[in-house]
Design a protein around this ligand. Sequence first.
Ligand code: NAD
Length: 480
Amino acid sequence: MENIQNYINGQFTNPVSDDWIDNYNPASGEVYSQIPNSSKDDVENAYKSAKSAFKQWSQTTLEERSRIMLKISELIETNLDRLAEAESKDNGKPLWLAKAVDIPRASSNFRFFANAITQFASESHESVGQNAINYTLRQPIGVVGCISPWNLPLYLFTWKIAPAIAAGNCVVAKPSEVTPMTAYLLGEICNEAGLPKGVLNIVHGLGGSTGQAIVENPDIKAISFTGGTATGAHIARTAAPMFKKLSLELGGKNPNIIFADCDYDDMLTTTVRSSFANQGQICLCGSRIFVEDSIYEKFKTDFVDRVKHLKVGHPSNADTKVGALVSKPHLKKVMSYIDIAKDEGGTILCGGNRITIEGYEDGYYLQPTVIEVLSDECRVNQEEIFGPVVTIMSFSSEQEVLAMANKVDYGLSATLWTNDLKRTMRMSTQLQAGIIWVNTWLMRDLRTPFGGVKNSGVGREGGFEALRFFTEAKNVCIKY
Ligand code: NAD
């Protein structure tokens, strides 16, 4: 049993209450570690540690902060295999994916913000005719909270922590209780890199208790949260009376809109990926596919054929394209939507069933599933499923597909396949989403703003947007 511990003040500690939670390996369904179910007392200890480190860290030169962060980035790379194995075992994602995407990106997050902080400039304004100059100070907030989900564990955990500490804050962070392992290993890496004690504190535990305690702490003045929309709304309600700064990156139900004039082969290959990468458990997956009617039947045949050939298997096998879903409750939830689709008159074009892998009979494997739906208003087309399940339907005009694409509560991302420039420009301005990809998917440049509209969230991460979030702007006006 590989027990993990909290990381507070640079030390690994057991929870005060000695309360532990089982952690499952989704590929086998077996318990393989235990994690602390941290209480308010643990969060308070983490907060105190962060507070006592703040004065020194906030006054550490940018060059020194940057040097330590580059060292963390380098050590993540050095530990690529170990971290990727832990991520895959915890989450069920293919090992090759963790090696190619999750862990390299965690390293990039530290490298990117180590450099970005040295380029983060503030404004000055001369008040002409009044002999005065205004300039903006960008000051760290103090102790901030970072709470992340299970789908891209180290990737999203570090996407928050790196800008927070680059900007001079100290952090109390909580990874998902379902995927705690790489966050635990990050503590060791931070110590080895020489991050001063208390700058980063990691508490493990359930959202409703440990996470809630972070949000309820009145002295943690900002919360950067990624997770479900319902949790985001709850956090916003808890935080509002304390006037905390919030960044909420929430759920999605993203349209993938395919016009007949697109580069078909490229579109087909990318659409398989954007539907089923990471078992469809990426907030940016295109879970609603709309296809122009002139190519609908061809697309349907070709797409279903490709999906049927996706290899579902144990995450450690090199040829596995779709691994295990993250947990038993999540598998149950995703499968319930397949029943809902049937009740709503949808046609299961492929998949729809749980798979048993020899030797791992209790693992959480599901066939990649394509559902042809009758209406864009059905539940499977409106609610976030967050698994290897996509819907497809046809459309006949730009206006029709725009209306369907926008008629959801969410607004995270949208993908558009077309070679018509004017249509691209028209639709990009009208699609209600924070991120639009045209003829590509999930191409990320870390300098760009990232976030959603409507129920997909509030605020933007990425580049200087993240550094703005993690700092307070103070205007200084000097009369001369
Ligand atoms: P979740 O909301 O259940 O949990 C996310 C995190 O919040 C976990 O660490 C959890 O322990 C914690 N939490 C739960 N209740 C809490 C509370 N009351 N107070 C404080 N913290 C609490 O989400 P999940 O199931 O882990 O992740 C899946 C969701 O995340 C999906 O909806 C997905 O779309 C979303 N997501 C969004 C983005 C984005 O960038 N917009 C990225 C990845 C995932």
